[in-house]
Design a protein around this ligand. Structure first.
Ligand SMILES: Cc1ncc(COP(=O)(O)O)c(C=O)c1O
Length: 467
């Protein structure tokens, strides 16, 4: 993914489309004109137009050139609203049914939210691992402090400051991945039987932690139009004794929505008013498709009531098992819980990440990683919009997943039977809620390119939707 050159002309076209200066149906300059004007090679111009086609902004007309696409993907989905009642954390269906039952090699796995093997920077990791072993030797085999390596906490604090979150290294805990951080955050802020607010739809991993801590959940709708429904949250806080709000403001899983800074501030204002801590999942924050890294809710926290957590599972490799949390005023309790879950996270993994953050390696990797994710996301959105008649799949703003809705009269059992037959794994919508609001939705992960057999399967499944 080294070709960034085309952005000089694609960004101008994108801007002109967004401003309405270029209208649907307008012809765009020929490849030859762009080539001369921007001094680019034919293949760079071609890649640029491919990128705009992927994005759904431009349509290629055989032998005529490129025009601005005539349909824009708008935000018009009717949103199923779950009732604002605390629910026991019981899934309608066993979620293990969705994890591919161990036959990954035969299937196109669009359900695994992790970088594919080809996207993991194996050479960079291997080089870094060798350097760490050489430099640290036996020190890697000792216990490290329960809260984690001091240098690593410093590096994470400096990195957070780059997007405006002021986090004291002393309030950071290094964890075994993000899910452990979430477990600690919930255990530090709630007792069994308490109510927590979560997004709806909400990724099942979060719902599983809620279930294992025996909490109840109130689902707060997220829509493409407005993101997290603030009025609904306020009403839920007024009527219920909510003990924590778990939220993914940056590239929410499964919708890929980015919450605006104003929205982040408003939510914090409401939760502060009711003295409710926010548990902020920022695991996808580095995977933005725009020009800069979004800030976090933590940026606006002045009282220590926001717990932010993240990990390197999505942006580097899940096998590294390295996450972290900034526990704010809950640090003392969180540290004790962390200790009880395991004395310290593997020193080796901590030093590898420390090394990567203190060199240019991680940022360099992220630049091409994001570009690749964005292209794969746009390709998949286009494929679904083309081959699944009547479906609705908006473009995500970052992260890992897209969230599609099939027409209400689709026989979903038959749909999943076809997916099984054509060896394609999606994650069914019903695993993203304790209600049945999302039976006609499914999530797909774009962590790998769609291969020809994968595309063929999608076409076949799409044909089945006609009947
Ligand atoms: C919201 C959320 N939290 C945590 C995880 C797991 O992260 P980790 O591998 O860092 O524990 C995932 C993905 O599986 C996730 O979607």
């Amino acid at each position: 993914m080294k070709d960034y050159k085309y952005k000089i002309f694609t960004s101008v076209i994108e801007e002109n489309i967004n401003k309405g200066l270029l209208k649907p149906g307008d012809y765009l300059p020929s490849v030859r004109n762009i080539k001369q004007e921007y001094n680019l090679s034919t293949s760079s111009v071609q890649s640029g137009y491919d990128y705009l086609v992927f994005k759904g902004l431009v349509t290629s007309l055989p032998r005529q050139g490129y025009i601005v696409t005539n349909h824009t993907l708008t935000v018009n989905e009717p949103h199923p609203i779950p009732d604002p009642v605390p629910r026991d954390p019981v899934f309608k269906e066993n979620i293990l049914l969705t994890s591919g039952t161990g036959r990954h090699s035969e299937f196109t796995p669009l359900n695994v939210a992790a970088p594919s093997d080809l996207m993991v920077p194996q050479k960079l990791l291997l080089r870094t691992m060798q350097k760490v072993i050489k430099e640290k030797g036996a020190a890697l085999l000792r216990y490290y402090p329960a809260n984690g390596s001091e240098q690593l906490r410093d590096a994470l604090s400096r990195r957070s400051a780059r997007h405006g979150a002021i986090i004291n290294p002393d309030e950071i805990l290094i964890t075994d991945g993000a899910l452990q951080a979430l477990y600690i955050a919930l255990a530090a802020t709630t007792d069994p039987g308490d109510i927590v607010a979560v997004e709806s739809p909400c990724v099942f991993s979060i719902l599983e932690v809620i279930a294992s801590l025996r909490l109840k959940a109130i689902e707060i709708p997220v829509s493409y139009k407005d993101g997290f429904d603030i009025g609904y949250l306020e009403n839920a806080c007024k009527k219920n004794n909510i003990k924590a709000v778990v939220i993914t403001p940056n590239f929410h899983n499964p919708t890929g929505i980015l919450m605006s800074d104003d929205h982040k501030k408003e939510i914090l204002c409401i939760t502060d008013q009711y003295n409710i801590p926010i548990i902020e999942n920022d695991i996808y924050g580095d995977l933005y498709f725009s020009n800069s890294r979004p800030g976090s809710i933590k940026n606006f926290d002045t009282t220590g009531s926001v717990i932010t957590y993240s990990s390197f599972s999505k942006s580097l490799a899940p096998g590294i098992r390295l996450g972290w949390m900034s526990a704010g005023k809950f640090f003392p309790k969180a540290e004790r819980i962390k200790f009880s879950l395991g004395r310290s996270v593997s020193p080796f993994n901590q030093e590898v990440i420390n090394q990567l953050l203190n060199s240019a390696g991680y940022d360099k990797h992220l630049r091409s990683f994001r570009l690749q994710l964005e292209r794969q996301a746009l390709a998949l959105v286009n494929i679904f919009n083309r081959y699944f008649p009547g479906s609705y799949t908006p473009i995500p703003q970052g992260g890992y997943s897209i969230w599609s809705r099939l027409p209400a009269d689709t026989d979903m059992k038959a749909f999943y039977r076809y997916c099984e037959k054509y060896r394609l794994h999606f994650t069914p919508g019903k695993t993203f809620s304790f209600t049945d609001a999302y039976d006609h939705h499914f999530r797909s992960i774009f962590s790998q390119r769609i291969t020809s057999p994968g595309l063929q399967s999608i076409k076949e499944i799409g044909k089945s939707l006609h009947h």
